[in-house]
Ligand binder design. Structure first.
Ligand SMILES: *[C@@H]1O[C@H](CO)[C@@H](O)[C@H](O)[C@H]1NC(C)=O
Ligand SMILES: *[C@@H]1O[C@H](CO)[C@@H](O)[C@H](O)[C@H]1NC(C)=O
Ligand SMILES: *[C@@H]1O[C@H](CO)[C@@H](O)[C@H](O)[C@H]1NC(C)=O
Ligand SMILES: CC(=O)N[C@H]1CO[C@H](CO)[C@@H](O)[C@@H]1O
Length: 339
């Protein structure tokens, strides 16, 4: 079973987490929930508020999403999409799409999202992230695990926090530090982003490879780590069994070290900046990132429409691949720390 293998891999991951700058520290984990297909309907809320990032979207409630097949669940998957049938009236709030958040919130946790397909294409801004349930934002922090815009091919993981949380430029991670201040009030809320080296970690190239796993560890002892493992790096043993390529887990793509009793870092105190987080999966369109003039105009998408918003309004057929197809979300919580 996949679960057993995942735990094997997680055991190795935990050992490896005793990595540079940290005292020997091995966290062991236990699977507490596995969300597949129908499970999402009970355990998540379909949000309908205006997109806080000003996207050209109309987030619909669960009943509407199910009725219009913008959300589809089976015994083996969850599909969530933007409407790809209708033009959008100028007066409308935007193109119908979906944003869900978990009803439960998690302190220390390790999340494994198995994704078969993610939204791709011009104007899209899909994201898998976590957010303080208590807030108000950015109190309690935001962790962007998987995020990007338009025709991007590489993921950007980032944190957004209250002041006094910074990351070292150089640290043990595969990705490239884009900015070091996680403070949401700095650099126009850019956050402390890390771009991933894998050119199949986002969008069309991610989908062409059959997707893969994203793993996020949120640890009050070590900080936050994110890994991407492409489908081709998962060894298919038989239809039910997938063994993670453990070598891939040795170094995270993005590592955000934090201060704790166990760690010497003084760059960012975990307990001051983070608390229990809900899990969010969404697809917005345009907005502060994908639709900003500087981003849209410099993308090849600009050849299709003068603004991101007019592209969204007039080209429903362009949204055929703007969908999430999620196999499972596995949630692990720590059972202990080994010496
Ligand atoms: C709804 O979406 C699912 C997943 O993409 C698809 O398999 C199914 O055929 C769709 N149903 C209808 C009625 O379009
Ligand atoms: C940030 O740290 C400085 C120096 O330790 C402190 O004076 C200030 O109050 C801190 N700000 C916040 C918002 O915690
Ligand atoms: C972006 O392109 C539009 C349409 O071509 C143009 O009106 C606008 O001035 C451009 N904005 C920037 C910042 O280049
Ligand atoms: C983790 C979690 O919230 N699990 C709940 C999901 O929904 C089912 C009911 O369908 C509950 O039994 C679980 O406890």
């Amino acid at each position: 079973m996949y679960t057993r293998c995942a735990i094997l891999a997680l055991a190795s991951l935990a050992v490896v987490n005793a990595r540079s700058l940290l005292p020997s520290l091995t966290v062991t984990y236990n699977l507490i929930a596995s969300h597949v297909g129908h499970d999402f309907l009970d355990n998540y809320s379909w949000e309908t508020a205006d997109d806080p990032t000003h996207g050209r979207v109309n987030f619909v409630d669960q009943a509407t999403a199910l009725k219009n097949n913008l959300t589809f669940v089976s015994d083996s998957k969850l599909v969530m999409r933007a409407d790809d049938m209708n033009k959008v009236a100028k007066s409308a709030r935007g193109r119908d799409s979906v944003r869900i958040h978990s009803k439960a919130a998690y302190d220390d946790v390790l999340l494994v999202l198995d994704i078969a397909h993610m939204p791709e294409g011009c104007s899209t801004w899909p994201a898998w992230w976590t957010l303080s349930q208590q807030g108000p934002w950015p109190n309690g922090g935001e962790i962007d695990i998987l995020e990007g815009v338009n025709l991007g091919q590489a993921n950007l993981a980032s944190l957004h926090t209250t002041p006094n949380c910074t990351m070292p430029q150089d640290r043990l991670q595969k990705g490239k530090t884009q900015s070091t201040s996680c403070d949401a009030s700095m650099n126009s809320n850019q956050g402390c982003g890390v771009s991933f080296p894998e050119q199949d970690s986002f969008g069309a190239s991610f989908n062409a490879g059959g997707g893969g796993l994203y793993i996020m560890e949120k640890s009050s002892q070590k900080g936050v780590s994110v890994w991407f493992i492409s489908r081709s790096n998962l060894m298919q043993v038989n239809s039910d069994e997938v063994i993670l390529d453990m070598m891939d887990l040795f170094t995270p793509d993005a590592y955000f070290p934090m201060q704790s009793n166990e760690s010497p870092h003084d760059n960012c105190d975990y307990s001051e900046h983070f608390n229990a987080h809900s899990i969010v999966i969404d697809l917005t369109l345009c907005g502060d990132w994908a639709g900003s003039e500087s981003v849209w105009n410099t993308s090849t998408c600009a050849a299709k429409a003068s603004t991101c918003e007019s592209f969204v309004d007039n080209n429903p057929h362009e949204f055929a691949d703007a969908y999430w197809e999620i196999n499972s979300l596995k949630i692990y919580t720590p059972t202990g720390i080994l010496p």
